[in-house]
Design a protein around this ligand. Structure first.
Ligand SMILES: Nc1ncnc2c1ncn2[C@@H]1O[C@H](COP(=O)(O)OP(=O)(O)OP(=O)(O)O)[C@@H](O)[C@H]1O
Ligand SMILES: [Mg+2]
Length: 307
């Protein structure tokens, strides 16, 4: 059976407001890509705030149903209502890591108890020694140990340690895929690279694929194999991370790259992005266009009537 995550023409439309003032938002519009879990990779989703990254992640995790299109995992469609056993099996294989570890953990619950309930639920363990072994194994993978964590409450750990513990929890069922939604944005800058390196090691040493959602082009460049760039719900560019980020082609991708502030520019007091670039990127919002392949293997959204 194909060991792949397949996102096929997935869209999500939210309706907002009351009966008389109903408005619709196309949070995700016709997204398609495949991740081959037999070839572990870090697949990054980049885009401005509101571009649909979290909505796409929530659909992949099964927390939200697509309005249209479907998501397949290991040959089965998972984006529709499925039975409880099947759902638990899927949840074990595609595990989330959230942005704020302090929100992911219940502040009144000891961290080891939280890990333990995950081990009971997904691994069906109940023996004390087996539970401890599963928890310690997962914690070791992230550079912690059960001895360090046992009995501690979330506020007794640093943000970086707690995010590691959250990743350990996600690893308990031995998932082939993690979906990490801005996993380092709430972590102190000095600890960020250690978490980013941890994700890379999970890929390289344990063969775990990671969907990594970020605003940060530097870490994306550093750890991603492939990436997609999203603008207002649409994928505008997709391809090998370095190919795309070295020389972005879509006007919005170019704007993103140009908006990264270098210390040189800051030192020279040059803080504004070229207004023409901003205008060009914004003009394309709302125009469908179509993703077209380029000779270097990337896909770029092209607009028929564009200059
Ligand atoms: N439950 C919801 N109901 C209505 N609209 C929603 C809902 N969730 C998201 N949206 C809208 O869908 C769009 C995409 O939101 P989403 O949270 O996916 O963006 P994002 O790329 O994750 O942004 P950020 O970088 O700020 O986290 C936004 O316009 C948002 O307001
Ligand atoms: Mg988000």
């Amino acid at each position: 059976m194909s060991n792949r995550l397949e996102v096929r023409n997935v869209s999500k439309r939210f309706s907002m407001g009351g009966v008389l003032s109903r408005r619709f938002v196309n949070a995700v519009d016709d997204a398609s890509f495949t991740i081959d879990l037999d070839r572990p990779e870090i697949f990054t989703i980049i885009g401005e705030s509101g571009s649909g990254k979290t909505t796409l992640a929530r659909m992949i995790l099964g927390l939200e149903l697509p309005s249209s299109g479907e998501i397949g995992f290991a040959g089965k469609t998972v984006s529709h209502k499925v039975g409880r056993a099947e759902r638990l099996d899927f949840m074990a294989k595609v595990q989330p890591v959230f942005q704020n570890p302090f929100e992911a953990f219940n502040p009144l619950k000891r961290i080891d108890r939280y890990l333990e309930s995950t081990a009971r639920r997904f691994l069906k363990l109940s023996e004390r020694s087996e539970l401890d072994r599963a928890m310690d194994g997962a914690l070791q993978k992230v550079g912690l140990s059960l001895a360090e964590v046992r009995g501690r409450f979330p506020h007794e750990m640093s943000g970086g340690q707690l995010q590691r513990a959250a990743i350990a929890r996600a690893l308990i069922p031995n998932p082939p895929l993690l979906v990490a939604d801005e996993p380092v944005s709430m972590v102190d800058a000095s600890l960020r690279m250690s978490i980013v390196n941890l994700l890379r090691n999970l890929r390289d040493d344990l063969g775990v694929s990671v969907i990594y959602i970020t605003h940060d082009l530097a870490t994306a460049y550093y750890i991603s194999n492939r990436l997609i760039i999203m603008q207002r719900g649409r994928i505008v560019e997709m391809g090998d991370a370095r190919t795309v980020l070295d020389d972005p082609e879509h006007p919005y991708s170019r704007l993103l790259k140009a908006s990264v502030l270098s210390t040189e520019d800051a030192g020279a007091g040059k803080l504004a992005t070229d207004p023409a670039m901003v205008t060009l990127a914004n003009e394309l919002v709302g125009r469908p266009g179509s993703l077209q392949p380029r000779p270097d293997g990337r896909l770029v959204r092209i607009y028929e009537d564009a200059r």
